[in-house]
Design a protein around this ligand. Structure first.
Ligand SMILES: Cc1ncc(COP(=O)(O)O)c(C=O)c1O
Length: 373
C-alpha cells in the first residue's frame, strides 16, 4: 500500500535525536517555556526572516492570539468583520469567532483553491477591518493583491500559514519574500506544527511570526495568562504555550524542513508534468517557489469512483475537506448560503500521496495508475 502520509517513516529517522532531547529535558527538569522553546523561537524566526517568533499551543490558538493581540492594541474591536476564504480549513473561521469577530466568507479560485482577490472588495463594509489570508495546501495566496486591498481600505492582513512552512529569503523569491507587504511592514503569520504538517511535532504545537514589536510583546504575554512577569497579569490571557518537549523535537526537525520542502516540490513537479488524464484536473501552480506542497490536490467529477479505484490499486488518498465550512452542522445559520465554487471544490477534490519520504518508484506508480484510470 502506498500510504497517503507515512508519519512513522518520517519520524523514524530522528528517533535517536528525539531520545537524546527527551533525556536532556528530563535532566534539565524545566518543562514550561525553557531553553528549547527559546531556541526554537529564535531559529524559526531566523528561518522565516522575521524579528519575532512566539511559540504557542497549536495553530488555532496562534490565529486566535493574533486577533486578540490586535484587539488589545486597539487595532480591532469586537464585532469587526474579517474577510476569509470560504473553502479554508474550519480553524481559520473558528479563530475569528473565538476572538469575537465576524467572519465574512469569500469564494476561492477554482484553479488554485486560494481566495479570489477580485471578489473581496464587494464584501467590504464599514465594519471590515482585516483580511485573513490562508495559504491553502501550501500555496501562497495572492499576497500582492491582498496587501494592496488591505492598504487601500486600511485593513490588517493576517496570514494563516498553518499549511505553508516555507523557504525563507531565497534569491529566487521564496515564500517569505513574497509575504512582505509593499509597505515593508509585515502583519503576523500563524503556523501549526500538527504532526502531519510540513514541520510537524509529535503532538500539538504552533507559532506566530511577526516583525511588529508591539504585537509581539502583547502575544508573549497573552499566551501565558496575560503575564510577562510571574503573577502580574496585564491582559486577560489564555494558557497556550508551545510545549518544551515539542519545541525540543521541532529543534531536531527544523534543519531538515528546507530539504523536505524540496522533496515535496520534486514530487509535485512529476505529478504536474506526468499525470495526463482528461478525467483529472491538476491544480494551477503560479510559481513553484510559492508552493511548499503540504498537499497535492486534484479534482475529478466522480471522486468516489476515483478514490475506490486508487484504493483497489493500493494507493491511499484523503479528502481535504469533504464538507464546506458553511455546510457544517455547527454553522446552521449559513447552511442555506450559496458558494458555488467552494461547493464544487468540496465535491471534487482528492489529495494524492505527498510527503518527503515518498520514493520515486511510489510516485511513478501513482502516476501510472492515475493515467490508466
Ligand atoms: C489552514 C489551517 N489553519 C489552522 C489550522 C489549525 O492548526 P492546529 O490544528 O494546530 O490547531 C490548521 C490545521 O490543521 C489549518 O490547516
Amino acid at each position: 500500500m502506498i500510504k497517503f502520509l507515512d508519519l512513522q517513516k518520517i519520524n523514524a529517522q530522528y528517533q535517536e535525536q528525539f531520545q537524546e532531547k527527551l533525556k536532556l529535558v528530563l535532566d534539565n527538569g524545566w518543562f514550561i517555556l525553557g531553553n528549547e522553546v527559546k531556541t526554537f523561537e529564535t531559529n524559526f524566526a531566523n528561518y522565516c526572516g522575521t524579528k519575532h517568533c512566539i511559540g504557542v499551543g497549536n495553530g488555532l490558538d496562534a490565529l486566535v492570539l493574533i486577533l486578540k493581540g490586535y484587539i488589545e492594541l486597539g487595532k480591532l474591536q469586537k464585532g469587526d468583520e474579517v474577510i476569509v476564504p470560504a473553502n479554508t480549513y474550519i480553524a481559520s473561521i473558528l479563530a475569528i469567532l473565538q476572538a469575537d469577530l465576524v467572519p465574512v466568507l469569500v469564494e476561492p479560485k477554482l484553479e488554485t483553491y486560494n481566495i479570489n482577490p477580485d471578489l473581496i472588495e464587494e464584501k467590504i463594509t464599514s465594519k471590515t477591518k482585516a483580511i485573513l489570508a490562508v495559504h491553502l495546501y501550501g500555496q501562497l495566496a495572492e499576497m500582492d493583491k491582498l496587501n494592496a486591498i488591505g492598504m487601500k481600505h486600511n485593513l490588517l492582513v493576517v496570514e494563516d500559514a498553518a499549511q505553508a512552512h516555507g523557504s525563507p529569503l531565497t534569491p529566487e523569491g521564496g515564500i517569505e519574500i513574497a509575504l512582505i507587504p509593499p509597505s515593508g511592514v509585515r502583519g503576523a503569520s500563524a503556523y501549526s506544527f500538527y504532526p502531519s504538517k510540513n514541520l510537524g511535532a509529535l503532538g500539538d504545537g504552533g507559532a506566530i511570526t511577526t516583525n511588529d514589536d508591539e504585537l509581539a510583546e502583547v502575544l508573549y504575554s497573552l499566551r501565558n495568562y496575560g503575564s510577562n512577569k510571574k503573577y502580574h497579569n496585564d491582559y486577560i490571557g489564555i494558557n497556550s504555550r508551545l510545549d518544551e518537549l515539542q519545541a525540543a523535537f521541532l529543534n531536531v526537525k527544523l534543519p531538515n524542513l528546507e530539504a523536505d520542502n524540496q522533496s515535496r516540490k520534486e514530487i509535485a513537479k512529476r505529478y504536474l508534468n506526468e499525470i495526463k488524464n482528461n478525467k483529472i484536473t491538476l491544480p494551477i501552480v503560479g510559481f513553484m517557489n510559492n508552493h511548499v506542497f503540504h498537499l497535492f490536490v486534484i479534482r475529478t467529477q466522480n471522486r468516489q469512483e476515483l478514490q475506490d479505484y486508487l484504493l483497489k490499486n493500493q494507493i491511499e488518498t484523503v479528502i481535504h475537506y469533504p464538507i464546506a465550512p458553511h455546510k457544517q452542522a455547527c454553522f446552521k445559520e449559513w447552511n442555506t448560503l450559496s458558494f458555488p465554487i467552494t461547493e464544487k471544490i468540496h465535491q471534487e477534490i482528492i489529495s494524492l500521496p505527498m510527503s518527503p519520504v515518498l520514493n520515486d518508484e511510489e510516485v511513478s506508480k501513482v502516476i501510472e495508475i492515475l493515467n490508466r484510470y
